[in-house]
Write a protein that binds this ligand. Structure first.
Ligand code: 0WD
Length: 254
């Protein structure tokens, strides 16, 4: 039962119970999807396993997206366990904390490359190996932020990486559309997660959103979860290559 009954979906980017990917997983499970989770490394394995264990029928697989062999291993495992894949959630990003404060102009070559590798290229790297499993059509979604479009204080190299990610969404949508595969991004308002801890002055950003957003509140991860669920469902069959805001309207006024 549910909008996603009989659908197999892969969720990448759960680090803990505050992760946006975890909220998305809740929304997908509530609609009857069968889920696979990935974890980045042994450091987080047990934490993610405990969460995955609360969703019946789900499976857990390792994948550090900077390593091609791990992505290939993931695709093999998904083929073995699921056969067909219908949905992919990419909720992964990383930049060194020293690149997330001060001036963007100070970004190092290595810091720029790392942020782009993990936060932008990884979407293409996983889509490349997994779209062949989407033989019944599919939906791929990723997570982005307003800093892709505007020069927001402290977001710096991550904003540039998100711009690359959003452009990647459009090119992937153009490539994979003929295969019946849609590719979209959700641009979420700021949410207090592990990743957000790396961003300087995060509290004042939250305060601004509370004051200025049309709905006068900050974004809840469950709101993003439901938006992602919509994009992964048949209800969104006419939408591809888009960036959908789930930010209580902040982007139209902020
Ligand atoms: O305000 C926010 N929190 C927003 C987040 C607003 C708008 C967008 N986003 C985006 C983030 O940029 C990211 O793309 O949402 C996505 C998920 O972020 P999150 O849920 O806020 O953060 P978190 O719970 O930390 O999940 C991101 C995870 C990593 O966690 P840590 O904190 O351990 O780096 O991405 C994963 C990892 O689990 N990750 C990787 N996974 C595989 N391979 C890798 C990697 N190399 N690097 C990071």
């Amino acid at each position: 039962n549910g909008l996603l009954a009989g659908k197999n979906m892969l969720v990448m980017g759960v680090a803990n119970d505050r992760s946006i990917a975890w909220a998305i997983a809740q929304s997908l499970a509530a609609q009857g999807a069968r889920l696979a989770f990935t974890y980045e490394n042994e450091r987080v394995e047990e934490r993610v396993r405990k969460l995955a264990d609360t969703i019946s029928g789900s499976i857990l697989l390792p994948c550090n997206v900077t390593v091609d062999e791990e992505i290939e291993g993931l695709a093999d495992q998904i083929r073995e366990s699921f056969g067909v894949l219908h949905g992919l959630v990419h909720s992964i990003a990383f930049a060194k904390t020293e690149e997330l404060e001060g001036m963007f102009v100070d970004t190092s070559r290595a810091g720029f490359a790392l942020a782009h590798d993990i936060s932008a290229y990884s979407l293409t790297a996983v889509a490349q190996r997994l779209y062949p499993l989407m033989t019944e059509g599919g939906s791929i979604m990723t997570m982005t932020y307003l800093g892709a479009e505007r020069a927001l204080r402290n977001y710096n190299v991550m904003g540039v990486a998100k711009a690359a990610l959003e452009a990647s969404v459009r090119y992937l949508a153009a490539d994979l559309g003929p295969h019946g595969i849609r590719v979209n991004a959700v641009s979420a308002g700021p949410i207090r997660t592990l990743a957000a801890k790396g961003i300087k002055d995060f509290n004042s950003i939250l305060r601004q959103v509370e004051e200025k957003s049309p709905l006068r509140k900050t974004t809840d991860a469950s709101e993003v979860g439901d938006t992602a669920m919509f994009l992964l469902s048949h209800l969104a069959r006419g939408i591809t290559g888009e960036v959908i805001y789930c930010d209580n309207g902040y982007n139209i006024v902020g």
